[in-house]
Ligand binder design. Structure first.
Ligand code: IPM
Ligand code: MG
Length: 381
């Protein structure tokens, strides 16, 4: 008979940790009121690979739009070095403690892509920096808008960002040589806050439909809870249609040009949100074009949705990398901290550059550099 005591101990530790997290969620800290702050600190962590090249360009846009607020001292931009795969490997953790400390002195973070070691890669198995930051800053809502007006696409995804398959994603284990287990976690509190955020967004932005996406027909306990909580919260919003789809058919229906126009706000568990938002971004021109906001009550982090593209760097093409995604993220950041006009100007400039297309990025030397692209965006602000 296999001795299960080690596995049982690991499982018990994992449950204890999650129960403690539930207790912390019950405290439910109030969200920051940025209008009441004398000083807002924006941390800029540029990450790995093409990260520094593109993040710097997005920072230039923020500096240009907030020039007045920066010179008066209301807004401060603070560089956060050290969120690199080298440092993270050296420290043996997803976010070195000094880097996390520097991040926690800020109100919001603009974050470039960070390399995530995958199983079998030369890097040790440290957790993804994105995932670690979402968890340690309790950034529970991953908000990802996708818009293609000419095709009637206007979607806002509310991806749960701290639970599901990601909650203990690096804590699965091999029970024996033949049996590996991972875990997926759903809590009442964690689901309530993401679903409520989705409905509140719908309500204050004139949206009429919120769609839950699960696989509750098969993943009955955890996805089942997500769906039950969704139905419960939907009752508080009688003017909004609440509908339910399974993730498999939803991936198909995003390809259905008639059906997809109906979707507006979508609320989903972490992994489905991860997958579906990549598919959705493809309609808009790819993951390189979509921004992503990770919002909690105390902190918020805004990032590019794509990876660090090490190949572009090794081929000497970092200066041609498309900064649109992190620029969209910068626009969301401006809106979050209360500069909604500046945010709208940036979004409009990005739209104008994309549709006019006088300067074009190809990722290679036959296209513009990201600095040239940024000049173009600045000219449209
Ligand atoms: C994303 C990314 C991350 C995720 C990776 C890099 C860990 O794919 O932000 O969607 O899976 O959440
Ligand atoms: Mg993803």
């Amino acid at each position: 008979m296999t001795d299960l005591s080690q596995s049982q101990t690991k499982f018990a530790a994992l449950l204890t940790e999650q129960l403690e997290r539930v207790e912390r969620m019950k405290q439910n800290a109030a969200a920051i009121d940025f209008s009441a702050l004398d000083k807002i600190i924006i941390g800029v962590a540029s990450g790995d690979g093409i990260g520094p090249a593109i993040t710097y360009q997005a920072q230039r846009l923020i500096e240009s739009l907030l020039a007045g607020a920066i010179s008066s001292g209301r807004v401060m931009i603070k560089p956060i070095d050290g969120l690199t795969i080298k440092n993270r490997v050296a420290a043996g953790c997803a976010i070195p403690p000094d880097v996390l400390h520097a991040i926690m002195e800020c109100h919001v973070i603009l974050k470039g892509p960070t390399t995530t070691p995958e199983s079998g890669s030369p890097w040790p198995n440290i957790e993804s920096a994105n995932v670690a930051m979402r968890k340690s800053l309790d950034l529970f809502a991953n908000i990802r808008p996708v818009r293609v007006p000419e095709e009637g696409i206007d979607w806002t995804f509310f991806r749960e960002n701290t639970e599901g398959a990601y909650a203990v994603g690096s804590k699965g284990f091999d029970v024996t040589d033949d049996l590996a287990v991972d875990f997926t976690i759903t809590t009442t509190q964690g689901t309530q806050r993401i679903v409520r955020a989705a409905f509140e967004y719908a309500k204050s932005n004139g949206k009429t439909r919120v769609t839950a996406v699960t696989k509750a027909n098969v993943i009955k306990t955890t996805d089942g809870k997500f769906l039950r909580v969704f139905r419960e919260i939907a009752k508080d919003y009688p003017d909004i249609t609440a509908d339910e789809w399974y993730i498999d058919i939803m991936t198909a229906k995003l390809l259905d040009a008639n059906r997809r126009k109906h979707f507006q706000v979508l609320a989903l568990p972490n992994l489905y949100g991860d997958i579906l938002t990549d598919e959705a971004a493809e309609f808009q021109g790819g993951v390189g074009t979509a921004g992503s906001a990770n919002i909690g009550n105390r902190y918020a982090m805004f990032e590019a949705i794509h990876g660090s593209a090490p190949r572009m760097v090794s081929e000497g093409r970092a200066q041609y990398a498309d900064p649109s995604s992190i620029m969209r993220a910068a626009a969301m950041l401006l809106n979050h901290i209360g500069y909604s006009d500046e945010s709208a100007r940036l979004s409009a400039a990005l739209d104008a550059c994309k549709s006019e297309g006088k300067v074009r990025l190809t990722g290679r030397s036959d296209g513009a550099t990201n600095a040239e692209w940024t000049e173009y965006v600045i000219s449209k602000l």
